[in-house]
Design a protein around this ligand. Structure first.
Ligand SMILES: *Cc1c(COP(=O)(O)O)cnc(C)c1O
Length: 235
């Protein structure tokens, strides 16, 4: 099933790239494996997937302990500052930076390991109350404030668009995130040149690609529905 799903997703990504006149290489598929067992991740690996996304630090720790092959792990979920210390050496990118305290803790913990880490600023473009992330208005001041932190590479922006049956209705938010990235780049903040947009999930990744996504984060479309109750027992 995973193989078949991946073929479908890949085909959809290629078509979206064609529609938008973009190169397939400019879009990276992150297979979001949260709540899913290591056996599912191994199946995806057999299909050539090497980039995985998780939203819980504990799950990243458990899974990277079991799967020692060189993979790229992305932390895509809300991150508490007290958990950052577990991430150096485990993840290649943190997508969910949205407050100064968190950014400073990332700086401190990665500096201790003499490592730099790629980060994205999470923006709540649609202004949903239930979501984390900065408002688009706050984003540029925030970037200016954390730009001096030398162990963070601020690579771009991330958003989680509203859950909807009508993917087309999220196009405005993806467009807004791209425009926000361009506007921040235009400010010439020292050390900041954003080239990354993490946007689009199972329901709307094709629209996100049309609007410039460089990372799409697809879980259900690859691994099937998540069962959070059963996932408690996942090692
Ligand atoms: C779970 C999750 C995804 C994947 O969602 P699907 O709808 O299953 O594709 C993407 N991004 C984030 C931040 C997530 O937490």
């Amino acid at each position: 099933m995973i193989r078949q799903n991946l073929e479908t997703v890949e085909e959809n990504i290629q078509k979206a790239c064609e529609r938008a006149g973009r190169n397939r290489e400019d879009v990276t598929l992150i297979a979001v494996s949260k709540t899913k067992p290591v056996s599912d991740i191994r199946q995806a690996m057999e299909c050539g997937i090497t980039v995985f996304g998780e939203n819980k630090v504990q799950e990243i720790r458990d899974k990277t302990e079991e799967i020692t092959e060189p993979l790229s792990w992305h932390m895509i979920g809300h991150l508490q500052a007290n958990k950052v210390k577990y991430l150096p050496g485990k993840v290649c990118m943190i997508h969910s930076v949205d407050n100064v305290k968190l950014a400073e803790e990332i700086e401190k913990q990665f500096a201790r390991h003499d490592m730099k880490i790629d980060v994205l600023i999470e923006v709540n473009v649609a202004g949903e109350e239930s979501k984390f992330g900065l408002s688009p208005k706050e984003a540029s001041d925030f970037v200016k404030e954390i730009a001096p932190l030398s162990h963070l590479n601020i690579r771009g922006l991330m958003t989680i668009a509203p859950y909807t049956d009508n993917a087309e209705s999220n196009r405005v938010y993806f467009k807004a995130l791209r425009e926000l990235k361009e506007s921040i780049n235009g400010m010439n903040i020292p050390g900041v040149r954003m080239d990354t947009l993490s946007m689009g999930m199972t329901g709307d990744y094709e629209i996100a690609i049309e609007e410039g996504a460089t990372f799409v984060r697809v879980g259900t479309g690859i691994f099937g529905e998540r069962n959070y109750a059963a996932a408690q027992n996942i090692k």
